[in-house]
Design a protein around this ligand. Sequence first.
Ligand SMILES: NC(=O)c1ccc[n+]([C@@H]2O[C@H](COP(=O)([O-])OP(=O)(O)OC[C@H]3O[C@@H](n4cnc5c(N)ncnc54)[C@H](O)[C@@H]3O)[C@@H](O)[C@H]2O)c1
Length: 253
Amino acid sequence: MDLGFSDKVVFITGGGHGIGRAFALNFAAEGAAVAIAELDAQRAAATVGDIKEQGGKAVALPCDVSDREQVQAAVSQTLAEYGQLDILINNAVSPNLTGSLEELEDLDWDHNFDVNVKGSFYCFRAVAPYMKERRYGKVVSMASIVGRRGSAEPTSAAYSASKAGIIGLTATMARELGPYNINVNAIAPGSINTPRWRDARNEAQIDRTIQGTALKRLGEAEDIVGMALMLASDHASFITGQVVTIDGGMLCM
Ligand SMILES: NC(=O)c1ccc[n+]([C@@H]2O[C@H](COP(=O)([O-])OP(=O)(O)OC[C@H]3O[C@@H](n4cnc5c(N)ncnc54)[C@H](O)[C@@H]3O)[C@@H](O)[C@H]2O)c1
């Protein structure tokens, strides 16, 4: 199926690692020009290098999404480089993943909200005027099932509350931007086997997680990619305000 990305530009936050890197490689393979707005310059450069090696188009933009001016600058650089911006993927995430109520520092709480929620809001605010003017745009944000059911082990009220924030942001942005032909959706993954996820757990926790899925396995970054591509394409033109769960059957257990 042709996803129609050969004349599209996608702006991916945190596109240098894990699921974001998989997004970047696959959007590029489908013909999109990719802008990677990433805190870690080395990761961004490595992903851009891999895309270029495969004959794709990509640019690395140093950016901390929790800084409004850096987000605005990265969006402006994308427009200067490619002349357009069609798709926003809000994927960057604070690395401060864990902590019980007693352990969580105010700083952890703030960092989760600054990067995950405010960072996504800054990206919306930076791209919206341009997308509204063109009456075209697609946004896919990374939520999580823990934004719906809370996190089990390791626990983190800050992370799960921030992911619930993404779900609320998605619904409101879908309503606000829908009249301008801008589709806004989110993906809520279950447990995806990225280094960030694995490093936060021991073997017993990983095994319990696997047993808690209907498919009896962890997800891989590639398991998320297809839905992101679809939601960002014109094949999903009448889908907006949705949160698509991709969890190998966790919520149904
Ligand atoms: N891995 C999972 O199991 C899982 C489950 C549910 C949801 N998600 C969501 O999927 C997304 C990707 O997760 P992942 O596991 O691939 O994460 P990851 O940690 O592997 O990658 C995140 C990337 O974001 C970058 N980043 C961090 N802070 C940033 C900032 N302030 N500005 C710009 N970039 C920044 C990091 O450098 C990194 O490259 C996240 O939004 C996460 O919440 C992941």
